[in-house]
Design a protein around this ligand. Structure first.
Ligand code: HDD
Length: 701
């Protein structure tokens, strides 16, 4: 899909535009010398040796040789988008940050979503935590909220970060596996680090298989501070909630997608924006008064804990809309440099030891990746407000400073740049005292209660998926002792869970619980709490061949379009097909270029000849079986119902006459009202999945 022109401009768009350069008309060297032949190097005679004086060849090759910069050590694979953030009402009571005061102001943002473990070229849909990083270009400087789609983290202290990441990444001897935690060294580490228990429950859950970036939550994870103009500080946790709801893939689908369309989520983000289906997220805050810091049965500085929404409600304070794709992936998405240390007045840090370590690590990483202390000059990283200081030299300085001084204080340069006379960023004057010790607070010592809370809060199907994920992940660990240790660990969470997992991985079931399940739950931890039912942005495959009933295809396509969804015709060959009544229909995808895993639902239109062809096509049958197995909405009208009968789908009733809707399988052999079928199908797509298809496992796919 080609890129449309950008919508209304934000201050950042204008800032970026100064740096935009189009392809130009005439090829030149970087020195501006015109080039009239870039296909042949300079040689002595047309078969002769090449000449060293070929400066065009040298420049072209040496630039190419340096075109890659080190990929991010984690979160290497990602996709980004521009947009804006707008606060709903002034947040003056809590924060003096200017961008949180005025509901009429749109603050430009750039968001980057990512996986953690895989390299830049890995698949989008793998089971992994997703990064959720947002740079706000405020008038007071850049503010970066660098979070994940999971509200807790693996470890409590940043000094363990290299260890956890080394264990997740491919094993060092053979670089296997790519983009997966399903390997012995990861589970070896986890089995020895009890503080990771809560996080691995989330890791094994459907949260790590988001349907799209626009359908996942985001979390700041750490406790931060908000500080108002009077200097009053409160603790805060940040939440992003997607307006399309929180929805996930199923694991089999995610695995297949990694081969069928490794760019699945990147493509979805790009196409949604190009079609005007802008991803939207509400920013929410949980506020904790300073005097309440110690009122919880966990430490709010411990990043392996969340604050249940039932204890502290999340207040929605504004909305982010992502409405413009980057112009250049490398210049923007690859070079964007997020740093949790980028804050503006009114937002401050807590003493969370994980956060404190991040305040060092990201800046250090940018110096390495981008290769220069001047990385803030890059268009994507430049603040939209002016910035001046005496840090003038270093690689790739983009500005030509004209003052003769680069020190402070100075008189020769009129004392400038001078420290501001109005208040700048003032760190919250928290009072601290203590001894220098390498220790962990005892208040960080309990590791299982919230893991149990999470388990108790899941729906039956979410629990089933979690157990299956454990079978897969631990099933890839050949070391029996590690598997035993993990069952023992899960027995701290819930004995029932430990027993179920033990059964699937060849470990003896624990006879006794280690800790009694406390029985508490937090409904907001289940994805069901945010399962917005809308068909907007969904994609549907319409299976068809020559002789299809065009009227049926048109009715379904129209109903989908009205709901903000899209119906694409999938057939054997690209080009066009002729309908039963002679219309020409364009084929969008073939059975070879697509698969059911790339769609949210499948529709089979009638037409005697079309269905006779599709019945002989194993790919068409597989398409239906697979969609059924993944609990997706399926519809068929007219002779289309016969194709469903030819498939292996089972346990649902198919209609011989008028409309039948059984567990999201909608059929109408004699479709008296196409619009009623279309409405039911759109409604079914909006449900996302039909988890109650209890016997879908029997269907081969
Ligand atoms: Fe990190 C990248 C999120 C802990 C060190 N991290 C990175 C990105 C995200 C996160 C979303 C990608 C940003 C982008 O799109 O460019 N990281 C988190 C969260 C954490 C966390 C939510 C825990 C709450 N990270 C963490 C720790 C450390 C790092 C404890 C080191 C002490 N993270 C990095 C890094 C990266 C990074 C090595 C790699 C590339 C980069 O920073 O720019 O510095």
């Amino acid at each position: 899909m080609t890129k449309k022109s950008p919508p209304n401009k934000t201050a950042k768009t204008e800032c970026l535009e100064q740096f935009k350069v189009d392809a130009g008309e005439q090829l030149t060297t970087n020195q501006g010398v015109v080039v009239d032949n870039t296909d042949n190097s300079l040689k002595v005679g047309n078969r002769g040796p090449s000449l060293r004086e070929d400066f065009h060849f040298q420049e072209k090759l040496s630039h190419f040789d340096r075109e890659r910069i080190p990929e991010r050590v984690v979160h290497a694979r990602g996709a980004g988008a521009h947009g804006y953030f707008q606060v709903y009402e002034p947040l003056t009571e809590y924060s003096k940050a200017e961008f949180l005061q005025n509901p009429s102001i749109q603050t430009p943002v750039f968001a980057r979503f990512s996986t953690v473990a895989g390299s830049r070229g890995s698949g989008d849909s793998v089971r992994d935590v997703r990064g959720f990083a947002v740079k706000f270009y405020t008038q007071e400087g850049n503010y970066d909220l660098v979070g994940n789609n999971i509200p807790v983290f693996f470890i409590q202290d940043a000094i363990k970060f290299p260890d956890i990441v080394h264990s997740i990444k491919p094993e060092p001897d053979n670089e296997i596996p790519q983009a997966s935690t399903a390997h012995p060294s990861f589970w070896d580490f986890i089995s020895l680090v009890p503080e990771s228990t809560h996080m691995i429950m989330w890791l094994l859950s459907d949260r790590t298989l988001p349907r799209s970036f626009s359908r996942m939550q985001g979390f700041g994870v750490h406790t931060y501070r908000l500080v108002n103009a009077e200097g009053k500080s409160r603790f805060v946790k940040f939440h992003w909630k997607p307006l399309l709801g929180v929805h996930s893939l199923v694991f089999d689908e995610a695995q297949k997608l990694a081969g069928k369309d490794p760019d699945f989520q990147r493509r979805d983000l790009w196409e949604s924006i190009e079609k005007g289906n802008y991803p939207e997220f509400e920013l929410g805050i949980q506020i904790i008064e300073e005097e309440d810091e110690h009122k919880f049965d966990f430490d709010i500085l411990d990043s392996t804990k969340l604050i249940p929404e039932e204890l502290v409600p999340v207040r929605a304070i504004g909305k982010m809309v992502l409405n413009r794709n980057p112009d250049n992936f490398f210049a923007e998405t690859e070079q964007v440099a997020f740093q949790p240390s980028n804050v503006v007045p009114g937002i401050d840090f807590s003493d969370d030891p994980l956060l404190q370590g991040r305040l060092f690590s990201y800046h250090d990483t940018q110096l390495h990746r981008l290769g220069s202390p001047n990385f803030a000059h890059l268009p994507i990283n430049r603040p939209i407000c002016p910035f001046h200081n005496n840090q003038q030299d270093g690689r790739m300085q983009m500005e030509v400073k004209t003052s003769r001084v680069n020190y402070s204080p100075n008189a020769l340069g009129g004392g400038q740049p001078a420290p501001s006379e109005i208040e700048g960023y003032v760190h919250y004057p928290e009072r601290v005292e203590g001894h220098k010790i390498r220790e962990r607070s005892q208040s960080f010592g309990e590791h299982f209660s919230q893991a149990t809370l999470f388990w108790n809060s899941l729906s039956a199907v979410e629990k089933k998926h979690l157990v299956e994920a454990a079978y897969f992940e631990l099933g890839k660990v050949e070391d029996q002792a590690v598997r035993e240790k993990m069952v023992d660990r899960l027995n701290h969470v819930d004995q029932g869970l430990a027993k179920q997992v033990a059964m699937g991985i060849g470990v003896a079931a624990p006879a006794q619980p280690i800790t009694q399940n406390h029985g508490q739950s937090s409904p907001a931890l289940s994805q069901n709490a945010f399962a917005v039912k809308t068909a907007k942005g969904r994609k549907v495959a319409i299976l068809a061949a020559e002789g299809v009933e065009a009227e049926q295809v048109t009715a379904i396509k129209q109903a989908l379009a009205e709901a903000g969804a899209e119906g694409l015709i999938v057939s054997t060959f690209l080009g066009t097909i002729k309908s039963a009544t002679g219309e020409t229909l364009k084929v969008d995808q073939t059975f070879l270029t697509s698969a059911s895993v790339m769609f949210d639902g499948v529709y089979v239109a009638g037409g005697t000849q079309s269905i006779a062809t599709l019945k002989e096509n194993g790919d068409a049958i597989h398409f239906i079986n697979e969609a059924f197995r993944h609990c997706k909405a399926i519809a068929a009208t007219g002779e289309g119902v016969e194709l469903l009968k030819k498939s292996s789908i089972t346990g649902v009733t198919l209609s011989e006459r008028s409309l039948q809707d059984d567990q999201g399988v909608i059929s109408a052999k004699t479709p008296s009202s196409l619009s009623a079928v279309a409405d039911s199908f759109v409604e079914a797509i909006a449900q996302h999945r039909f988890w109650n298809r209890t016997i879908q496992q029997k269907v081969p796919a």
